[in-house]
Design a protein around this ligand. Sequence first.
Ligand code: NAG
Ligand code: NAG
Ligand code: NAG
Length: 365
Amino acid sequence: MNPRTIFLLSFIVFFFLFSWCEGGRKGYDKGIKGMFVFGSSLVDNGNNNALENSRAKANYLPYGMDFPLGPSGRFTNGKNVIDFLGDYLGLPSSIPTFSDPSTKGMKIVHGVNYASGGSGILDNTGIVSGNVTTLNRQIKNFEEVTLPELRVLIRRRKSSLDNYLFVVGSGGNDYSFNYFLTNSDAQVSLPVFTANLTATLSGQLKKLYSLGARKMVVISVNPLGCSPMVRANNKGQCIETLNQAAQLFNLNLKTLVDVLKPQMPRSNLVFLNSYQIINDIISQPASKGFKEAAMPCCEVPSLSEGGNGVLCKNGGKTCPNRTNHVFFDALHPTEAVNELIASKAYGSQLQTEVYPTNVLHLANI
Ligand SMILES: *[C@@H]1O[C@H](CO)[C@@H](O)[C@H](O)[C@H]1NC(C)=O
Ligand SMILES: *[C@@H]1O[C@H](CO)[C@@H](O)[C@H](O)[C@H]1NC(C)=O
Ligand SMILES: *[C@@H]1O[C@H](CO)[C@@H](O)[C@H](O)[C@H]1NC(C)=O
């Protein structure tokens, strides 16, 4: 072959490879090109793995035992809600973690996950976990590291940030590992604390809006009072005070969705009520295909047993059937529950589950 033929052939090969790659992405013609994810362990997909002095890590078995690549840092046995939501939206594979140094260039075009286990809406919430990336820091990482590079990429692809989903799932730790842990003498009343939390989150959502976010999903706080962690210290029973705190916050969050919309032109927000969805399972497990809604699936050593009463024992035993348990460890739902939450987020017609609309509709607005 002469050089000219070789040149032509490599050009053709390159062209085919290029169109094949582009074609592989056509599953997402629903208007969502990717997701930027902020929040706590419920949506963290491995950012804490690299964090020094963090006690909130899940990068060991049995975490990930049902995940195709094994333990990844996800706080569950398999996929989390974000993974399933990405599947529904037709996004390619999983969203890369911000903490991975290779998360740059083309790897960021379908979004980045900044979430950090143990973190909360407030900067001081992560203290008990040793080291976390606070929500404010997560947003700064998006602004300072990802956004400058992303702007160039999306301009080149004639895309826009309008086509990305911004998911924020935080708040539970602000109650469980901040308010109720350090404020037991109630120096600040619950309504005052909750108002502060809501106002802080409101500022964070406005910040994301100012950076270009137009489609946002905010996730409620779960029924904190019915987690195995709480039940373990209350003779197996739920603690209603904690559930009421979660409900108060969630009500504020739902209202915030209505309040913010007129303040942020061309924006659309969805409130995902994971509290309601999990509570429906816990109150009637059998009707939703579950058998165990109170005990964790994995072995969770208490403080006196050398654990922290929350996370699975490294290399510990698990229940034989993960799909009929609600909780994998003492705080985080199993993959089966995550799948249900994501399916409701995507397609539920009930405003008690997704308000004012679902993610499928949000994607097509
Ligand atoms: C938290 O982890 C980061 C990344 O490993 C490290 O740079 C930082 O010093 C750590 N902070 C604390 C308080 O340990
Ligand atoms: C929340 O409370 C803290 C501590 O009192 C205060 O510094 C902060 O400004 C408050 N935030 C909002 C949004 O009210
Ligand atoms: C596991 O539990 C699910 C839900 O209860 C049930 O459908 C399935 O048959 C169980 N699998 C096994 C192997 O027992």
